[in-house]
Write a protein that binds this ligand. Structure first.
Ligand code: AMP
Length: 195
């Protein structure tokens, strides 16, 4: 199994790149944010628990997220038609990263690479406020953006440090370019990985 974890602050273009990469390399796209939004919309039990956190831009508790991931793994193991997973917006905490590592160890020959999309704070604000107008996402207001960015910075440093410690390859990509150029750049770096 060959997996990708796509990292980057809110508004870095993770979702867009994740969809393109999943298609190109035949990976199963797991976006925890998207799953949560759907659950909230359908007012499921999970959705009702998550709503409170997502609306404030806070992280949903690890046990809720890991249960979601567990279910996905069980389903995907049955399908076996993908080369691996593309994780988008996950793992977001050290605990999630460690849990994921344990789960992936059950799969023999499982490899993982991280794509870290770098975008300046100024650019993030510009993009997220624009997205708020276009998509009307409730968690794209200025105050909540600030909160999400602060959480991102605090939590992801731990996650990235953990991956450095265990020797996972972290590829840094400049996210302040066109969608096409960012995608081309990522693909260039992944050429050997998917050979
Ligand atoms: P995203 O679409 O990835 O920006 O996620 C939107 C929101 O969903 C986040 O601000 C969190 O409230 C929640 N969320 C998504 N993924 C996770 C995760 N891995 N851990 C905790 N909360 C998450």
């Amino acid at each position: 199994m060959k997996n990708i974890i796509i990292f980057g602050p809110p508004g870095a273009g993770k979702g867009t790149q994740a969809k393109l990469l999943a298609e190109k390399f035949n990976l199963f796209h797991v976006s925890t944010g998207e799953i949560l939004r759907k659950e909230i919309e359908s007012e499921s039990i999970l959705g009702r628990v998550a709503k409170h956190y997502v609306e404030k831009g806070e992280l949903v508790p690890d046990d809720v997220i890991m249960r979601m991931i567990d279910e996905i793994f069980i389903e995907q193991n049955k399908l076996k038609k993908f080369k691996g997973y593309l994780f988008d917006g996950f793992p977001r905490t050290l605990n999630q990263a460690k849990e994921l590592n344990k789960m992936l160890k059950h799969h023999r020959q499982s490899e993982t690479v991280i794509i870290n999309i770098i975008v300046s704070e100024k650019e993030i604000f510009k993009r997220l406020l624009h997205r708020a107008k276009v998509e009307g996402r409730g968690d794209d207001t200025e105050e909540i953006i600030n909160n999400r960015l602060a959480i991102y910075k605090k939590q992801t440093i731990d996650v990235l440090n953990y991956y450095k410690e265990i020797g996972i390859n972290i590829i840094e990509i400049n996210g302040e370019d066109t969608i096409e150029n960012v995608f081309k750049n990522i693909c260039k770096h992944l050429k050997n990985y998917f050979k």
